[in-house]
Structure formats: structure tokens, C-alpha cells
Design a protein. Structure first.
Length: 132
């Protein structure tokens, strides 16, 4: 399968740390075309307020501008490869964006699960918790 230039990195055998940076870049750029490929079909994203989004809601909210990121800065990370096709990543992030018309700025603990499917690494789960 041919992958878009941005996604070719994710077709490598070993999980590339840059995958998470690529996800952040796509979120900031509201790049729903590539996000659609990057997100696993069953993806769930839980935000600090407890809201859980599935793939369709994530893409719709970003595409419509209801929810967006203007800046994501990674400050710390830890990766754990659980198998050849599964990786857990923990991040500390500084995030700025808009949520339903309101600006926000938050420090987050983020836990992600990535899986390798159809020859490419994809985000399966992301949980964001507020750091106070």
C-alpha cells in the first residue's frame, strides 16, 4: 500500500518516536485527511474533562473547528514496547487550543496506545489528564 508522504515514516517496522510528533503536528494543522489514516478505526480519545471521542467525532470536531489545537509542546516522554505491533507512550504536554469557541491552555499527562495494523502504526487510544 502507498502511504501519503507524511505517513511513510509510520510504515517502518519499529515504532518511530516521531509518530507522536506527527500526530501533534496533524492536530495543530487540523490535517483531517492524514489523521483519518493515522487513527485506528476503534480509536478513543479521552479529554481532561472526561469527554470521550471516537474517530468520527474527533475528525468532525477538528474539521468543523469546534475543537482545535494551536500549539502542542512535548516536555517529557516514556515508551514501552509491549509487542512487535503494540507500543505504549506516556507524555507530559503543554497544550494550547480552542474548545467550542473558548481558548484554553493546559499541562497534560497523556497516555497513548499505538498498534501496527495494515502495515502502519496507528493511534488506538489516548487519555489526557490535567496536571494541576
Amino acid at each position: 500500500k502507498q502511504f501519503a508522504p507524511k505517513l511513510r515514516l509510520l510504515a517502518k517496522g519499529v515504532f518511530p518516536k516521531e509518530a507522536t510528533l506527527l500526530l501533534d503536528q496533524m492536530l495543530v494543522e487540523s490535517d483531517t485527511t492524514n489523521l483519518k489514516e493515522l487513527l485506528a478505526e476503534e480509536v478513543k480519545m479521552q479529554h481532561p474533562n472526561g469527554m470521550v471521542q471516537d474517530k468520527a467525532k474527533i475528525l468532525d470536531d477538528i474539521f468543523s473547528g469546534k475543537f482545535g489545537y494551536t500549539e502542542i509542546i512535548e516536555t517529557q516522554s516514556k515508551m514501552e514496547e509491549t509487542s512487535d505491533s503494540s507500543v505504549n507512550v506516556e507524555w507530559k504536554l503543554m497544550v494550547k487550543g480552542t474548545s467550542y469557541g473558548k481558548k484554553y491552555e493546559s499541562k497534560l499527562d497523556v497516555s497513548e496506545q499505538w498498534i501496527k495494523r495494515e502495515g502502519m502504526w496507528r493511534l488506538q487510544n489516548r487519555i489526557e489528564k490535567l496536571i494541576k
